[in-house]
Design a protein around this ligand. Structure first.
Ligand code: PRX
Length: 661
């Protein structure tokens, strides 16, 4: 039951829903795991049967990793929104689905029950239909963290349109590339977004992104910041006006379109080791079953728990654990518009206290940054409602883990360290809160259905321990329901990126350690992908952006350890331009210009933390940049740079070491 009317609203209804597949003990975990590996079809059939289907599937699983082809619940017909909304209406219609906390604590929060959310999604689905959106169309969503963002994507799913959410921090150029790649015909955006003390002019960014675009027919703009925007006749319409039209037409609620289990649900762009982000495609049924299963089990969600995931819906964590996982479980998802440090560093703790949050799911980078403010911002808040804590996005260092455990969880909340990826759709390796043991810095056990192995560079499974642990490249041997199905418009790219490095294995791009008990510790990316504040950024992407700057001849980007961000971006740049070369030779003006270029091309999240000007880069005779050396220098290492004899010009290394920042 809701304790003493948590949010000052008395007519909310408690959740009546149980999860027959929720694992309740370590023994049950081991039994479920064994069953899921020995007989995956039987295992997932039983779970899938607890959902609402318009037609049952004919075949549970069909796959090979060679093409790759992964199909779950083939022949089944369903709509994910019937599982996230309609099925809760009868018993749980007045249960809060979304609690929304605005950026400014002085503005009122909003509580949206399942009944209200259902109505809003149906109305907006009708708006989409009225504007010509059809099943299979790609709809780009570029909005701030307001409930209308969740409503927009659910409305797309309701009518079978494929949503492609782009994080609000990406630039016009990034959006333009993604629009083109997805051949998107529709955009849903806001006039602006609030993030801390900043107002971000989202519509103006979209206008820039649309210069030269040939595919987009309609832009639907939701009002949030009341920033002045230019509305182009025939192309741009206001969300609120369109809703009014639907209301005045008195249209029936939109029935959920029948989708094939394998129909794409969404595209989400993510960085890889090449310069161009990939559009990861997730299917409808497998993704739904897997996000629900992992939500209920990893966090041990109980009816009426308030679940607070601090991610942005622009990333996979927000898709899976703000929207689809919690809502398919009839849960209450708390959505926060702002940032952890606005108006002060006590904001998360304030929200937890205000809504009596039971489960907090955040990123190590947020924990590290809040640690830096000391205990002052924590101590005046009552955090006793918390039962479970979670982390995601990057390895958590032990210091941050203990701080989280002692000061936030008060040593009574299990911490789940959840390892997964945009491509995996849901959590792959993690302890289950209070059920399987946690271990600081370790993601621990694979989820049921996930067979994880470590391999050497040739793809052979590691069988010998080093210092008591197995160490290798992390791969998955068989499909799980939320396996990515393809990369949009380029299946070959999906194959070469994930399924071709090692035969018959999905390669994660991560390195890991495993102990004798079969628990995993993720050590980080082994490819040219950086993890900056939990955001994935390809070094090649940043290099391409830097190289766009007039005067830059060449650049090389590597990561280095950063106290708050986990990894910082270190750029080595060969520059021959003259603009702004100040008399002291520090190149500060040029640095600023380069940062501005990166902000324009990708967005502020990809700005290098350090830029070192060099006259050459360490290259082999075949022209390959020796990043190993650059990484070492970026980490502060000046000796032990390894063998430099194969370099074309070993002299550049001395110069780089001398100029180290
Ligand atoms: O390197 C791993 C790291 O984040 C990468 C996936 O990034 P992305 O697709 O943006 O998804 C992030 C949120 C799911 C992984 O390849 N990563 C994610 N979670 C963890 C992690 N590294 C260590 N521990 C984790 N818990």
């Amino acid at each position: 039951m809701f304790k003493k009317c948590k949010f000052g609203i008395s007519n909310l209804q408690p959740l009546h829903m149980n999860y027959p597949y929720q694992i309740k003990s370590l023994e049950q975990y081991h039994a479920a795991y064994k069953k899921s590996i020995d007989t995956p079809e039987l295992f997932w059939n039983e779970i899938a049967e607890t959902f609402i289907w318009q037609k049952k599937w004919d075949k549970t699983l069909d796959w090979n990793f060679k093409d790759p082809k992964v199909e779950w619940f083939k022949g089944g017909k369903l709509n994910i929104t019937e599982n996230c909304l309609d099925r809760h209406l009868e018993k749980n219609g007045n249960t809060p689905a979304i609690i929304w906390e605005p950026n400014d604590p002085l503005e009122h929060h909003r509580i949206i029950t399942y009944k209200q959310l259902h109505l809003k999604v149906c109305q907006f689905a009708q708006v989409l239909i009225n504007n010509g959106v059809q099943k299979g169309d790609r709809v780009c969503v570029y909005m701030g963290m307001i409930p209308e963002l969740a409503i927009a994507i659910l409305a797309c799913a309701r009518i079978g349109a494929i949503h492609s959410v782009i994080f609000g921090g990406f630039s016009a150029q990034s959006i333009s590339d993604r629009l083109e790649d997805a051949k998107a015909e529709f955009i849903i955006t806001c006039d602006g977004a609030y993030r801390g003390a900043k107002d971000i002019p989202l519509k103006a960014v979209i206008d820039d992104a649309l210069i030269g675009n040939k595919t987009v027919k309609k832009v639907i703009v939701c009002t949030r910041t009341r920033t002045a925007v230019s509305m182009i006749k025939g192309r741009d319409v206001w969300w609120e006006d369109e809703i009014k039209k639907v209301e005045s037409q008195g249209l029936e609620l939109v029935t959920a379109v029948s989708m094939d289990a394998e129909d794409p649900l969404f595209i989400l762009y993510t960085s890889g080791s090449t310069g161009k982000p990939k559009g990861v495609v997730h299917s409808t049924a497998g993704y739904m079953v897997y996000t629900n299963y992992t939500f209920v089990n990893v966090f041990q969600y109980q009816p009426n728990d308030i679940f607070f995931c601090t991610a942005d819906i622009g990333w996979i964590t927000g898709h899976s654990y703000i929207v689809y996982g919690p809502l398919s479980a009839g849960g209450t998802s708390l959505m926060f518009e702002g940032i952890p440090t606005f108006p002060d560093a006590g904001r998360f703790w304030d929200i937890i206290d205000k809504f009596k949050v039971n489960i907090l799911y955040t990123a190590p980078t947020a924990i590290r940054s809040l640690m830096g403010f000391g205990l002052g911002p924590v101590k005046d808040h009552d955090l006793s409602s918390l039962k479970v804590l979670g982390t995601v996005g990057e390895p958590i260092n032990e210091e941050a883990w203990h701080w989280y455990d002692e000061n936030i969880g008060k040593k009574k909340c299990p911490i789940v360290d959840t390892w997964w990826q945009t491509e995996t759709g849901g959590v792959m390796i993690s302890n289950m809160a209070g059920i399987t043991p946690g271990k600081p810095g370790w993601a621990t056990y694979p989820m049921p259905g996930v067979k994880a192995i470590l391999v050497d560079d040739k793809g052979n499974e590691i069988t010998e321990k080093e210092d008591g642990l197995y160490r290798g490249n992390l791969c998955i041997t068989q499909p799980w329901p939320a396996t990515l199905r393809t990369t949009y418009g380029d299946h070959e790219r999906c194959r070469t990126n994930y399924f071709a490095t090692y035969e018959n294995l999905y390669f994660t791009g991560d390195g890991a350690l495993k102990n004798e008990d079969g628990q995993f510790r993720i050590t980080g990316r082994v490819d040219d992908v950086l993890n900056v504040s939990g955001h994935r950024i390809g070094t090649a992407e940043v290099e391409n952006a830097i190289n766009m700057h007039a005067g830059v001849v060449e650049s090389a980007v590597v990561g280095y350890p950063h106290d708050i961000k986990g990894q910082g971006i270190y750029a080595y740049v060969i520059y021959t331009g003259s603009h702004g070369q100040d008399t002291h030779g520090t190149g500060d003006m040029v640095r600023k210009d380069i940062l501005q270029t990166v902000t324009r091309i990708i967005g502020p999240i990809a700005k290098p933390d350090k830029i070192q000007f060099v006259s050459g880069l360490p290259k082999t005779r075949s022209g390959k940049i020796m990043r190993r050396i650059l990484r070492k220098v970026a980490e502060g290492e000046t000796s032990n740079l390894g063998d430099t004899s194969t370099l074309l010009d070993p002299g550049v290394v001395d110069e780089i070491v001398k100029g180290m920042l």
